[in-house]
Write a protein that binds this ligand. Structure first.
Ligand SMILES: [Ca+2]
Length: 142
């Protein structure tokens, strides 16, 4: 194929990939339902859960756990990475709405590596401030 044709194809491919990446953040049906009025910057998170978001300030798709999870690669989230669409190394804000305990986020799977502890009721709108942005790979409690 000619260089010119190849260049045009590359441009079309780049556009298609860009479109895929830009469109890779659909909220799940469950997340879209039940619109509610909340003050700006207030995280939407049910009691009993640790909630976390793809973006800072509790924005973007949300994940939530009530239990301990040794490997966040097991939890799908297409908005995190085109090539690794799961929650591993993806959370950028977090709130602990647990009923009893501190929640611990770990840098690596199986509760290893650096640990960030979030007390019950505590929240971090930007995990960059804790040097823990896009790092969490497992969590447990108490
Ligand atoms: Ca990690």
């Amino acid at each position: 194929m000619s260089t010119r044709t190849f260049t045009a194809l590359a441009a079309v491919t780049a556009l298609a990939l860009g479109g895929l990446l830009a469109g890779a953040a659909p909220a799940s049906a469950a997340e879209r339902s039940a619109p509610e009025v909340r003050p700006a910057g207030t995280p939407n998170c049910d009691a009993g859960d640790v909630c976390f978001w793809v973006d800072a300030d509790y924005e973007g798709p949300r994940g939530r756990f009530s239990g301990a999870n040794p490997d966040w690669t097991q939890f799908s989230q297409p908005a995190c990475s085109f090539f690794r669409p799961n929650w591993n190394d993806c959370a950028s804000s977090v709130v602990n709405r647990g009923r009893n305990c501190t929640v611990h986020l770990y840098e690596n799977a199986n509760y290893l590596g650096q640990r960030l502890s979030i007390k019950r009721g505590e929240k971090f709108p930007d995990l960059s401030d804790q040097n823990f942005n896009d790092m969490a790979s497992s969590n447990n409690w108490c």
